[in-house]
Design a protein around this ligand. Structure first.
Ligand SMILES: [Zn+2]
Length: 92
């Protein structure tokens, strides 16, 4: 539990950590029933969340995204070749 959650990368508010437990009813394969637990870290303000089976993984993923790497994207001018457009129209 040592790792600190970084604030939301979008709004900077502290995220909400939840442990989700889903119960499945008993059936032939799992007579005692089964449950599935995972962790989520969410920002309710921004409506984003990420989850994983292991808390450490979620925290690591969240903290990785908390400092997004801004990539420079080269903008290419959009070139539309007139010849590539269908000629004529709907008559044919
Ligand atoms: Zn947020």
């Amino acid at each position: 539990m040592g790792e600190t959650l970084k604030p939301c990368p979008f709004c900077g508010k502290p995220p909400v950590e939840r442990r989700i437990v889903e119960m499945y009813p008993a059936d032939a394969d799992w007579p005692a029933g089964e449950y599935d637990a995972h962790y989520t870290i969410a920002c309710d303000d921004c409506g984003i969340d990420m989850g994983d089976e292991y808390r450490d993984e979620v925290v690591a993923n969240w903290n990785r995204r908390a400092k997004p790497v801004l990539k420079r994207v080269e903008r290419q001018p959009l070139h539309i070749d007139d010849d590539s457009l269908p000629a004529g129209g709907a008559n044919g």
